[in-house]
Design a protein. Sequence first.
Length: 292
Amino acid sequence: MRLAYIDGQRFRPEEARVSVYDRGFLYGDSVFETLRTYSGQLFALEEHMARLEESAGKILMDLPVSRDELAEETAAAVAAAGNAESYARVMLSRGTGPVGLDPSNAEKPTRVILVESLTPPPARVYREGLAAICLNTVRASDGADNAKLGNYLASLLALKKAKDEGADEALVVDGDGRVVEGTTFNVFAVRKGRLLTPPDDAGILLGITRREVLAAAEAEGIGVDYAALSPEQLCACDEVFATSSIRELAPIRSIGGTAVAGTTRPEPFAMTHRLHRAFRARVGAEAPSYGT
């Protein structure tokens, strides 16, 4: 079941409306979080709400209600949807007001919670891996201390270009030629039995799934190095994978048409799958099944 909550009021999806004068619509002046459930319970709810508040603070936006109230509303919305598993998108816009860039024009923040039934990616994504391209682009978040902004135009265009070129995803390359993250995900590599991922100060969103993967690696005795690599260096690694709330851990088989070096091995995504199993155990979910 799909449903929407706007400023605490429930609406059917076809009835949900936000003003055309809302600054989220006019200027992308908004922040958001995406959450998912395991066994019907929202995963890392408090952590997501804390990051939402942090993102709002980075763009000098006050929360319309307390963080605890927002968490309660989100949990209530998911419960009302009644899905076996759900994902929720929680958005805060600076609100409505006269047309004009001045943030003081906004009256008060608008909060929106959307709940959808969760459909996980197909098993082939984990069995075969994703094909990715690389793009140099400037993200809106680069000017907002990497807040999780509603303005995803750069990522949207990057993903469109990837699809137009027959790929599944796009990796973001910074001004120094290093891959820092993907359109909606963090990036990891595996080299000589150790994990590599860009450091926190590389201009990345500090993903909650990323955090759990790092914790799972520590529990598994897998070492971690922090470095942002070039596309060529990534391709020379044994494995590359993406992490996000919905995909969890998804292997990347090729970058810019070049196969990741380890994909020629009998078990090309062995470490990714090992960590995926460990991640699922940490969140209390069944072991992943990749089909045949």
